[in-house]
Design a protein around this ligand. Structure first.
Ligand code: ADP
Ligand code: MG
Length: 618
């Protein structure tokens, strides 16, 4: 690889670097790759990211966060907008917003350059070559001055900003929106971060679909609130919890106590994105105080903020000429809050895209843009058909194919599934991709759970599973248990992480193994069904055995033993099972159990004391 181009999301709260190759885009760096946009200027050097953030309280006058709020703006303008707390804003050269460290005045681009340098270092380390070029994203509303200052920050960091791309455009690109599109499409990008809310309405200008230059994504309108974000949710929780906390403390909380309460509030908020109720402990020398919060309470605290978001969305829609919205893309950590997701879906009337992590979606889009600018091919898996079959895991590790390879996009399929164990209250769904018959030979795409089912006997729940691949190649899987109405869903981008070479290899392997795969799948199904049969036959025998003669019961036992023998062999060495003989043994047991079946009905009717003699033919 020579002189790669990376994609950078230079965020207010967190920044990331990503890179795209034949496998699609991925975030670089350790962990999830998020680098807090926090910079500390020490006399001996500069500290960036996690450690600067963690030690912020110790160095309040030399640590800077949220510098993106200052970049390329005049000090007067920033003051008018309500200067961010704790940044030590001063007038720089030409009236520009700047900060003071000791006797030095620093421009925000100098601070941002440190974040960019750190990202370039992370990327160089992982790619194994010096990284000198990047696509960098900025909010859609950034003016020329702010864009130029961002370029300057890159230059100071030794990076060439090959292109500056709008954040919402990058997010849309990450979802494949606008790639090879012949039809117009209107997209709402809903970005709720730590401190800002940005709503953008984009329009895909239909083209010949040969490129991915982002220029066929036009910004129709933007609206937002630079003082509305996840931090405000934390503050609302703090305001709610402070009186009982101070009552427990027996006096006003210290600044340190306030910070611990705020941190607990943020933890509780994040936890409530996945669970219904949470308890966060704040440890003190004389015991611990517990912050107990449930989702309903969080939502009522969030209501005023949700109302403000809704107002912004309506304003942007009106500015854009009230178009119908085809897609909603979620960006920013705070869009994990279920009430925020629901609001976005409700206002725009479509289920939002959630396949990609909202924290990284902008960086991924920037990387895709960089790949095109570097001359890399991105058309590989972006065809109009589903490149590999999509399916779901069934009992025993077999795959039930839902959408077969080469289906035209959009494509959809619906199938009904049930449980294999009595009283199951949760069903795990595993979405896989590939041509082979067994899960172990396919690519795992996602897992999710359908929870809270009322206990029912095996085979009674009706789990309807829907697969939908839309024109952008995003797969949405929905599951609903029809008796209880419980539902769950997951989204993925199946093409990411997969090269055309792999697609070819998987196809070739499926042909090569077709016979053995079919055999294996058949044996698995036989084992699953034979087990169910044996379970109910043994149960019926316990209940109604007394009504039957010894010779019959002995014959039945013989059939059971034979079938169990096949199951045991299938478990030891499935390759050696004669599937036809297995099938015949199962049929034989089924036939032999008819009398038992009738006896069981008679027995249960007798136990109801209806005086029934027998069961008539249908
Ligand atoms: P920015 O765009 O400002 O850089 P991010 O997109 O990184 O910000 O979002 C940071 C915000 O997301 C924080 O307020 C954080 O508390 C919030 N957040 C992160 N994860 C979750 C979660 N699981 N549930 C709710 N909020 C979350
Ligand atoms: Mg952001």
């Amino acid at each position: 690889m020579q002189d790669p181009i990376v994609g950078i999301d230079l965020g207010t709260t967190n920044s990331l670097v990503a890179f795209a190759d034949a496998r699609g885009p991925r975030v670089l760096g350790p962990g999830r790759g998020l680098v807090p946009s926090v910079i500390r200027v020490d006399p001996t050097g500069v500290v960036v990211g996690e450690s600067a953030k963690a030690e912020r309280a110790l160095h309040p006058h030399t640590t800077f966060a949220s510098v993106k709020r200052l970049i390329g703006r005049s000090a007067a303008e920033v003051r008018d907008a309500g200067a961010p707390q704790g940044l030590g804003l001063v007038d720089g050269p030409r009236g520009l917003a700047a900060v003071r460290v000791g006797d030095r005045t620093l421009l925000p681009q100098e601070l941002s350059a440190h974040v960019l340098r750190e990202l370039a270092r992370v990327a160089s380390a992982e790619l194994g070559v010096a990284v000198r070029r990047a696509v960098i994203t900025v909010p859609a509303y950034f003016d020329d001055g702010q864009r130029q200052a961002t370029r300057d920050a890159a230059r100071l960091a030794g990076l060439e900003a090959v292109r500056i791309v709008n954040e919402p455009t990058a997010a849309a690109l990450a979802y494949g929106i606008g790639r090879g599109h012949r039809a117009a499409e209107t997209v709402a990008v809903f970005d709720l971060g730590g401190g800002t809310f940005d709503l953008s309405i984009l329009s895909v200008i239909p083209g010949d679909g040969t490129g991915l230059d982002g220029e066929f994504l036009q910004v129709l309108a933007t609206a937002g609130d630079t003082a509305l974000g996840g931090d405000d949710l934390d503050a609302a929780i703090v305001a709610h919890a402070l009186p009982p906390y101070e009552a427990w403390l027996g006096g006003p909380a210290t600044p340190q106590g306030m910070e611990r309460l705020r941190a607990a509030a943020e933890r509780a908020k994040c936890a409530l994105s996945t669970v219904e109720c949470t308890t966060e402990r704040i440890e003190h020398e004389h015991g611990a105080w517990e912050l107990v919060l449930d989702r309903a309470l969080l939502e009522s605290l969030a209501q005023p903020l949700l109302d403000r978001m809704a107002a912004c969305c309506r304003r942007a829609l009106a500015d854009a000429g009230a178009p119908a919205i085809d897609r909603v893309v979620l960006v920013g950590g705070s869009t994990r809050v279920p009430a925020v997701r629901a609001l976005a879906g409700r206002i725009f009337g479509v289920e939002p895209y959630t396949a990609l992590d909202p924290d990284v979606v902008v960086a991924l889009g920037a990387a895709l843009q960089a790949q095109v600018l570097a001359g890399g091919r991105t058309d590989l898996l972006l065809m109009d058909v589903v490149p590999l079959s999509l399916g779901i895991e069934t009992a025993g590790g077999a795959v039930a194919k839902m959408i077969v390879r080469n289906s035209a996009m959009p494509a959809r399929a619906t199938e009904m599934f049930s449980t294999g164990v009595d009283g199951q209250t949760a069903v795990k769904l595993h979405v896989v991709q590939g041509e082979r018959e067994l899960v172990k030979d396919c690519r795992s795409l996602a897992t999710f759970e359908l929870r809270g089912l009322p206990p029912m006997p095996a085979g009674i729940p009706q789990v309807q599973v829907d697969f939908m691949v839309d024109a952008n190649g995003v797969l949405a899987v929905h599951a609903v248990e029809r008796r209880s109405g419980r539902r769950a869903q997951v989204q993925v981008v199946p093409a990411y992480g997969l090269t055309t070479d792999e697609v070819d290899r998987m196809e070739a392997e499926s042909l090569e193994h077709a016979r053995e795969d079919m055999h294996a799948h058949r044996v698995i199904d036989l084992v699953v069904n034979a087990r169910l049969d044996i379970t109910w036959i043994e149960e019926a025998r316990t209940r109604a055995g007394a009504l039957l003669d010894a010779a019959y019961l002995e014959d039945l036992e013989g059939h059971l033993t034979r079938l169990k023998g096949f199951i045991a062999l299938a478990e030891r060495s499935p390759g050696q099972v004669d599937a036809d003989a297995f099938h015949a043994a199962k049929d034989a047991l089924d036939r032999a159990s008819m009398r038992l079946h009738e006896a069981a009905i008679v027995q249960s009717l007798q136990s109801m004391d209806r005086g029934v003699k027998g069961v008539v033919q249908p």
